[in-house]
Design a protein around this ligand. Structure first.
Ligand code: C2E
Ligand code: MG
Ligand code: MG
Ligand code: MG
Length: 281
């Protein structure tokens, strides 16, 4: 039967592959243009204290709407950018935007920490730490206002690459906080807990979305929170969409939440309004 279906399959598969390759090369071309014309944007999503709702930090998330191909989500954009090397350009842009934004808020008297997502490929650039530090200098942004999110995949690779660990320590020594993103979905190796300067554990949203579905998941998440607390880490849950999720997480001892329940990612100006409103209450 494999043989019977074979002919059709091969044709449709190659069509699909063809389309994917086409889309990739279109995205690559348009992205290069967008970078040159500064058409990328950064949106910010608040991370708040689970009890008081006070904004502790905001996560910088890249946004791109191209006039020809429309909105390209980060989930599609980042892997292609990594393959083509354009991730370094996106990274530089996001780092500069984030530092400038944090510095502007700082000047207005609002100390809002800004979190940047960086992939392992970006950290392989031996000048990454230097670039971040010089951007802090250039924008007059205090180092303790910048945080870096990295994934478990990143952590696993960093273990084997001392130059990455050195760069992380250098930044950490200046006051930059590291957040382990998407915790629980990657390659759980506890060695990186020993090696890397992690201060915040961010539980992946896939766990949070299924939190109310089973007792097993509840025990699992409760355990993850307890693990983080026993390691003296701040525990942050991402993808929190309902009050029920927030309540359970608070019972477990989770420190902070991020998700649509609080706010979607929004432009920087909307963050200032959100914070000023919450201060007026
Ligand atoms: P992430 O760092 O885990 O970011 C969380 C993603 O979940 C964001 O998607 C955010 O918009 C979404 N999200 C937040 N709260 C909720 C919620 O309550 N419900 C649901 N369903 N989703 C929620 P986004 O912005 O599309 O980004 C996807 C991924 O792309 C990010 O995952 C991150 O890994 C990557 N990314 C985004 N911006 C950058 C960047 O500037 N540099 C790098 N290297 N990666 C980035
Ligand atoms: Mg993140
Ligand atoms: Mg995440
Ligand atoms: Mg994610």
């Amino acid at each position: 039967n494999v043989r019977e279906a074979g002919g059709d399959h091969i044709v449709s598969l190659s069509n699909a592959t063809h389309k994917a390759i086409n889309r990739k090369s279109i995205i690559e071309k348009r992205l290069l243009l967008a970078l040159n014309q500064q058409n990328l944007k950064v949106f910010y999503q608040p991370q708040v204290d689970i009890h008081t709702g006070k904004v502790l930090a905001v996560e910088a998330l890249v946004r791109w709407e191209d006039e020809e191909i429309g909105v390209v989500s980060p989930d599609e954009l980042i892997p292609i950018a990594e393959e083509t090397g354009l991730i370094n350009n996106i990274g530089s842009f996001v780092i500069e935007e984030a530092c400038q934004q944090a510095a502007n808020w700082h000047k207005e008297g609002l100390d809002i920490k800004v979190t940047i997502n960086l992939s392992v490929r970006e950290f392989r650039d031996k000048n990454m730490a230097k670039f971040i530090l010089s951007t802090l200098d250039k924008t007059n942004c205090p180092a303790n206002l910048i945080q870096i999110e990295f994934t478990e995949k990143f952590a696993l690779q960093a273990e084997a690459e001392t130059s990455i660990i050195k760069q992380m320590r250098k930044l950490n020594d200046k006051g930059i906080v590291f957040i382990l993103d998407d915790f629980g979905t990657g390659y759980a190796s506890f060695r990186y807990m020993q090696l890397l300067p992690i201060e915040v554990l961010k539980i992946d949203q896939t766990f949070i979305h299924s939190l109310l579905q089973s007792e097993k998941t509840q025990r699992l998440i409760h355990g993850m929170v307890q693990f983080g607390k026993s390691m003296n880490l701040t525990v942050l849950a991402e993808g929190v969409e309902t009050k029920e999720q927030q309540q359970l997480l608070a019972e477990y001892g989770c420190d902070a939440i991020q998700g649509y329940l609080i706010s979607k990612p929004v432009p920087g100006a909307a963050i200032s309004e959100l914070i000023e409103e919450s201060m007026n209450i």
